[in-house]
Design a protein around this ligand. Sequence first.
Ligand SMILES: [Zn+2]
Length: 100
Amino acid sequence: MRLSPHDPNVTIPLQTDRAAGEPRTTCRQVVELLSDYLDGALPAEVRARVVTHLASCRGCATYLDQLLEVVRRTSSLRQDNPPTGLYDRLRATFRDQRDR
Ligand SMILES: [Zn+2]
């Protein structure tokens, strides 16, 4: 056995992506960005990458659905500032992406 991080047979996907120099968004990155995404706190460029990924990745889209469910429940508890229209707006965004 001679497995080491330098062995070409042992590739770590995340590091490979970064080494490629192309800003490819991984599922892990999307999941980490989702809360900021929902808050509208992401730069437009990053947000576009998240949206593009969500439109083509069922797993992350499902995760977003679950996250939105939590947001809706939480906002119903906090009646002072509900994110009105957030859910519909996101739905519309995904529809646009899929129609392309
Ligand atoms: Zn994904």
